[in-house]
Design a protein around this ligand. Structure first.
Ligand SMILES: Nc1ncnc2c1ncn2[C@@H]1O[C@H](COP(=O)(O)OP(=O)(O)OP(=O)(O)O)[C@@H](O)[C@H]1O
Ligand SMILES: [Mg+2]
Length: 309
């Protein structure tokens, strides 16, 4: 639009909610372009979990991973869900003949042997899931160290790989079975995506109860570091109520950034892409990039505060 268009168009056009939203998105994009982040060698391992299905675990895992890669981080996604949706969204082959997380958990393959690079970025890696993983939940029951298998594989990988990732994100299935327990044992941070469309806190107490058990018996360093509100539709009262309620209960864990419900986000996986690659300027992509920056900065801020206190 030219300046002369501006001069003749009715001012109400520029005052409309859509015009305001576009202006807001443009300034958020500019702010992101100016962001410079540094990564300091340590690897943060986050498991993205919520036993409720369809709340945005996989969408959050892959888009956050791509957003972190876009700001210079090296990121490994471990797809622990037999549905393999994270592998699909990252454009990584995961047919039954491909070595996968199943081989790592059951046959003790080194993680390095199954990790693939996503076509989206050389900084974006994926340990794919295949359909075989569906059987792993049962096969693991009779295995030695059944809760620690992913942890052992990940520790070996991080100790031997040439370029250590800055982040490992683990996408969990919607259950609290042995696959999810392996993720809880391997990670130090828990990221819970919460769908702002129903009273999400009800399901959360069961998840937090499981986390307490894991802390006590398997992994004392696991803690809830991050809650991300997803599929937010600011026009509905319910979304605002859910967001307010979650923020009241978890003031330190909930990110300021909220992921809105967006068609671009839901379309991207059918093109084998994250929303960052599919439409990097869309509101969904911008929001996931903001969430990534916030996750990095909060931790750096925390480390600084601990250093000065
Ligand atoms: N911000 C969003 N806007 C629009 N659609 C979304 C958004 N986030 C997720 N979705 C859609 O919601 C559905 C569920 O999301 P997703 O698969 O990420 O959930 P999940 O928790 O991983 O599910 P499951 O429990 O089956 O693993 C998908 O169709 C996804 O495309
Ligand atoms: Mg999923």
């Amino acid at each position: 639009m030219t300046e002369s268009d501006n001069a003749t168009a009715p001012s109400s056009l520029y005052d409309s909610p859509i015009a305001r939203e576009l202006a807001d998105l443009t300034s958020r994009r500019r702010a992101l372009e100016a962001v410079r982040l540094q990564f300091h060698g340590g690897t943060r391992v986050l498991t993205v979990s919520n036993q409720k299905g369809g709340v945005g675990k996989t969408t959050t895992t892959v888009n956050l991973a791509a957003a972190l890669a876009s700001v210079g981080a090296r990121v490994l996604v471990i797809d622990l869900d037999p549905q393999g949706n994270a592998s699909t969204a990252l454009g990584v082959p995961h047919t039954a003949d491909i070595p996968s997380v199943y081989d790592v958990l059951i046959d003790e393959f080194p993680l390095a042997d199954i990790v693939q690079t996503s076509p989206e970025s050389p900084n974006l890696l994926c340990a794919p899931s295949t359909i075989h993983l569906a059987g792993a939940e049962i096969e693991l029951v009779s295995q030695v160290a059944r809760e620690h298998r992913l942890r052992t594989a990940l520790d070996d990988y991080l100790a031997t790989v040439d370029e250590r990732p800055d982040f490992v994100l683990i996408d969990c299935p919607p259950s609290l079975g042995l696959l999810t327990i392996n993720a809880f044992t391997a990670a130090s941070e828990l990221l819970i995506p919460i769908q702002c469309e129903y009273y999400a806190l009800e399901g959360l107490s069961q998840l937090l109860g499981s986390i307490r058990m894991i802390q006590k018996h398997l992994n004392p360093s696991l803690h809830l570091s991050t809650i991300l509100l997803t599929m937010y539709d600011g026009r509905t009262r319910l979304a605002q109520q859910v967001a307010d309620e979650v923020r009241t209960h978890f003031p330190n864990e909930v990110l300021q950034t909220v992921i809105p419900r967006s068609v671009r986000v839901s379309e991207a996986p059918s093109f084998g892409q994250t929303v960052i690659a599919y439409d990097g300027n869309s509101v969904g992509a911008v929001s996931y990039r903001e969430a990534a920056v916030e996750i990095v900065r909060r931790e750096q801020q925390k480390a600084q505060n601990e250093g000065t206190s």
